[in-house]
Design a protein around this ligand. Sequence first.
Ligand code: SAH
Ligand code: SF4
Ligand code: F3S
Length: 588
Amino acid sequence: MSLSLRILRYFPCRRFFQRRNNSFLRNFGVSASLQHKANIKDGPGLEHFLANSVIHKDLEPPPEAEVIIPYLDQISGDGQKVFFDVYGCQMNVNDTEVVWSILKNKGYEKTEDIRFADIILVVTCAIREGAETKVWNQLRNYRGIKNARAKLKDRLPLKIGVLGCMAERLKEKLVEKEKSVDIVAGPDSYRDLPRLLAISRDNQTAVNVMLSHDETYADVMPIRLNESSRSAFVSIMRGCDNMCSYCIVPFTRGRERSRPIASIVEEIKVLSEQGIKEVTLLGQNVNSYRDLSEQQHFFSAETNMAKGFKTVYKIKKGGLRFADLLDKVSLVDPEMRIRFTSPHPKDFPDEVLHLINERDNICKNIHLPAQSGNSEVLQRMRRGYTREAYLELVDHAREIIPNLSLSSDFICGFCGETDAEFDETITLMEGVMYNWMYIFPYSLREKTHAHRRMEDNVPLEVKKSRFERMSVTMRQTTERLNKSQIGRKQLILVEGTSRKSKLDYAGRNEANLKVIFPAEPIPESVASVSCREIKAGDYVVVEVRSANSQSLQGKALYHSSVREYGSSAVGPDTRELRAKETQSAVVI
Ligand code: SAH
Ligand code: SF4
Ligand code: F3S
């Protein structure tokens, strides 16, 4: 249990504390009400609070205290309905599943219909200005709903909570700017939500944005938002120490920490028993995973780092590492596909690559965020590698894992990026031949190194035109790659009926690419003549018949399994394709 939680358990009641000293709350990152800010300013430090918490820990609240907010243990949601509105990355989706688990446990219910909601929780992202603008706009809409609801005498007043990275970045400023917000909770304070919600029912604003060094929610079994899905997310670590110069994540999610391996394996076993067929291991830097609570390690190399890569922080020693985790996790259920995101290129030792190649249920698909194709820009971004080191890693990974499929993230228009530097991003995109890319125009984030030390000097128009060039390149390369799959057979994990037509099914290949095929009964196995219907969670072998830049279309041939079919080697041999297609053009 984290330190903050242990102390919160001893919180007798809010008013009791307010009488004694309001600043206890602030020292926790909890402001009972922003009106009390003046009182708060001169309060004691954390040590004082700790001392007081110890003094009070075994005491009943004094008789004069009117208990309004009970102990965390006694808080009940009493069936209040929560509506979740989730933005940002998969970590936010999984965090919402953690939040839902915590609240359900306290007697809250979930609703998909905002009209029935007593509480709206907006799980926010701060990665780019656009992500925050979306949330501000949505909060304005929610304010309208809240005001209309206030007129209904038979309903509880609607409460609005802002969670996640934007909550962490803006903290109390959020409440100052948008008065309708009742609760602000950062990514490490979700265990405190029942108490924050209880405070808000007393018409107080509740803020807890404390970041933790050890919170991993290891003991909280997330409750999946999409219960019918056969895929699940499992967080393996939180936070980031990389401090890329453009990125807000280290400030919103705090220091990197890994969840103990035993709790991850346990969660995956439960998911396997529930019929989950695909797990994505999540974290900001999954492959720098270190379970330092386990001091032996199974794989020999002491450092993860490949030649040509470096970090800004001190490398952790000992413990179990990502290769150990991948090894254990992939053995839980050989029919469960394992994916992971996001890794950082610096942490790909050969053990990890060999393991991916050897285990049929580890997808031969790596997200390898490059961010830029130019070494000077990469240096300004503080990515810790050059274009050459990145390309060497790509080639090395493809040598070990033939037909590996790759995806990546790219930013255009970073501080000082020249046309020539940007051209190198395009040539890298074309040269590597990614199966998928996420592309972004640079968005200045306060507090970051780039904000403090560099100038956001690429004009908006230039960013836009570079973004357009990246998106054209992306469409062209993915279409070329996807078309090269025509005629091949692939093992597809069926997701369910296609969104576009009830007559089709949709599933994913190992590269995580959508594959569409007619929903008709197919033979039970390669050698069987008896047919059965296809259902979500089945593995089927599909022959690809056509393709565009976003998906493949084909015909399902027969049911199969990971063990039977093995890896379906989804990537084309890109080295061959690259050689064929670029004989006349200089690519890298
Ligand atoms: N930990 C992950 C990234 C999380 S953020 C990783 O390192 O891959 C997802 C992506 O958003 C980043 O890879 C980067 O491409 C993009 N991004 C981050 N900060 C950005 C900014 N300030 N402007 C534009 N894009 C940004
Ligand atoms: Fe951000 Fe870099 Fe950390 Fe990814 S590795 S979250 S881009 S600081
Ligand atoms: Fe956004 Fe936070 Fe994820 S800033 S991308 S929600 S880690």
